[in-house]
Each structure stands twice: as structure tokens, then as C-alpha cells.
Ligand binder design. Structure first.
Ligand code: ZN
Length: 142
């Protein structure tokens, strides 16, 4: 997954990392981007902390409900009951049966189709050092 390099300035110097929160890989392009294999594997960056309370969406869902989700931040989607079809980067098996959970990569697009008896919980995370996430509008930065 293509990510942008950013420089982190510290009192002790500066270092490069990707805007997803992962370390910068050795292979980088002149335009300031690099491919992040850790994002491709949906590996949560180190040091994340929960951002707010989990969002819970309980059954019943409308029949044949399908939606797309592009989480602006890293998130974990948990399925407490029912089944759900989830497709997107890093999802090992698209059909989930409760109890199950999957990591949602920041800025990646997912298609979700919950069964009508599914209980879904999404917990977003933030990185204490990142001002904003990939794909997040600059005005949403806090
Ligand atoms: Zn990454």
C-alpha cells in the first residue's frame, strides 16, 4: 500500500517514517512515497492508543445491507454475533463468524455486509505522535 514519508522532528534530531505510523522502509521513491508491506498485512503500528469509546452497531440490520467503510484511522472491527462478509486490505478470510475481529487499515476501503443478526463494534485508534491519518482531511486534525 502506497504511503507518504514524513519527517518527525525531535529535540534529539529527526527521523523518517510513513504517514500510516509504520517505520520508513529502505526502498523509497523520489516523490516521497514508499510501499508499506506492514499496511498490506494490516499490522497495527506500535504505540497506538484507543481513540474514544467503541462504536457499536447492533442487529437488526436491513435485509441485504451492504456498505463501504474507509476508516480515517486504524481500527479494529469486532463481530460479537452473527456473521459478516468483510473484504479489503489485510482481511484473511472475508466471511467472519462471531466471535471474530479484523484490523481495518487507516485510509483503506472495506466492503462490509453484515447478516441481519450481526453485532458489530468498531474501535478506532490514534497515534500519539501523528497529527493526522492518511486520507484524513487536514481540518479534522486535532
Ligand atoms: Zn504502513
Amino acid at each position: 500500500m502506497e504511503r507518504h514519508l514524513e519527517t518527525v522532528d525531535l529535540d534529539t534530531g529527526s527521523w523518517l517514517r510513513l504517514d500510516c505510523g509504520h517505520p520508513a522502509p529502505p526502498a523509497r521513491r523520489p516523490d516521497g512515497t514508499a510501499d508499506c508491506a506492514l499496511c498490506d498485512r494490516a499490522q497495527l503500528p506500535a504505540g497506538l492508543i484507543a481513540d474514544g469509546a467503541p462504536l457499536r452497531q447492533r442487529a437488526p440490520w436491513p435485509k441485504q445491507c451492504r456498505f463501504e467503510l474507509t476508516p480515517p484511522a486504524w481500527a479494529v472491527l469486532r463481530l460479537d454475533s452473527g456473521t459478516a462478509f468483510v473484504s479489503g486490505p489485510g482481511v484473511p478470510r472475508p466471511t467472519m463468524t462471531a466471535p471474530a475481529q479484523v484490523v481495518l487499515v487507516a485510509g483503506a476501503r472495506y466492503r462490509i455486509a453484515p447478516s441481519d443478526d450481526a453485532d458489530l463494534i468498531i474501535q478506532h485508534f490514534r497515534h500519539p505522535c501523528l497529527s493526522r491519518w492518511p486520507g484524513e482531511p487536514a481540518e479534522a486534525a486535532s
